[in-house]
Ligand binder design. Structure first.
Ligand code: 48F
Length: 263
């Protein structure tokens, strides 16, 4: 039977995506949100040989990196995170007026993070939103996912479930996964009040440190990184400096790897 090019293209896309999805219906780690912290965690965990799927609501992964500050597409990274910038092969220009700080093109950083995660073996599912979590007893065991257009148009379409040993809430400012867990499962999170404390206003230096400190497991099987971790624990925001986000991804990956290997 002869195949038209149109048929080859369509068949390849449908079978390729179907295989990708089938292969990721049970993973070691499911990362929610392809922002900088989630993408660093995804690459690091994939480098360690774990099966990692990233679910990103938007069409373009990269989260809040692309826009730099107020759409000026530059960001700042500090010395502590320079090794991660180097690991992703991103150019960093020393800032003469502030030793230990680097200027980075935000488009180069965003695209390098996306490429780094996928090239390491993590699979990114874009335009898919996590709308709920699945429980097995007292532990989270999966994510409930649906197409973003279905979510946005309010279509009455049931979701599918991806089983996972660990979830990383890398959803940024809204900490969506832990909010779902708190509100829908009505369980206590590992915070002083058992609830999400809520993000505080900008205090850049403090926020950079607390982003990493607040990166940890908040409920059995659910970790938070980046601004999500800061929201859960009442940390300060910091604006377009990204070292804390990158370091948070590394810390999340180390904690998750240890937890998953113990299961
Ligand atoms: O916000 P985001 O970039 O995550 P982050 O790693 O980095 C924060 C910084 O970008 C910036 C900052 C640094 O100064 O403050 O804000 O904490 O990316 C989070 C991603 O999660 C996606 C969202 O579209 C974004 O790309 N996301 C959020 N909720 C969901 C989701 C959801 N329910 N399902 C899928 N993706």
């Amino acid at each position: 039977m002869s195949h038209s090019l149109e048929n080859v293209v369509s068949t390849t896309i449908v079978s390729g995506f179907a295989n990708k999805l089938l292969n990721n219906l049970q993973v070691d780690v499911a990362v929610v949100g392809a922002g900088p912290s989630g993408l660093v965690a995804a690459k690091t965990l994939a480098d360690k040989g774990l099966k990692v799927a990233v679910f990103e609501r938007k069409l373009a992964p990269g989260g809040g990196v692309w826009g730099g500050g107020m759409l000026f597409n530059e960001v700042v990274v500090q010395e502590e995170a320079k090794a991660i910038v180097d690991e992703f092969n991103v150019n960093a220009r020393p800032i003469q007026a502030a030793q230990g700080y680097y200027a980075v093109d935000s488009v180069e950083l965003a695209s390098a993070l996306v490429y780094g995660a996928t090239h390491a073996g993590a699979t990114i599912f874009n335009a898919i939103s996590v709308e709920d979590v699945a429980f097995s007893g007292e532990r989270v065991c999966g994510l409930v996912v649906n197409w973003t257009p279905v979510e946005r148009l309010g279509m009455h379409v049931d979701p599918l479930v991806v089983l996972t040993k660990a979830v990383l809430d890398g959803t940024g400012h809204p900490c969506e996964v832990l909010t779902m867990v708190q509100n829908k499962a009505r369980v206590k999170l590992d915070t002083p009040t058992g609830q999400i404390l809520g993000e505080r206003p900008m205090q850049a230096a403090t926020g950079e440190i607390s982003t990493v400190e607040n990166t940890r497991e908040y409920y059995p099987g659910i970790f938070a990184s980046g601004m999500s971790a800061n929201n859960v624990m009442g940390g300060y925001r910091m604006g377009p400096i990204f070292g804390g986000m990158l370091l948070s991804g590394k810390k999340a990956a180390a904690l998750i790897e240890r937890s998953v290997r113990l299961l």
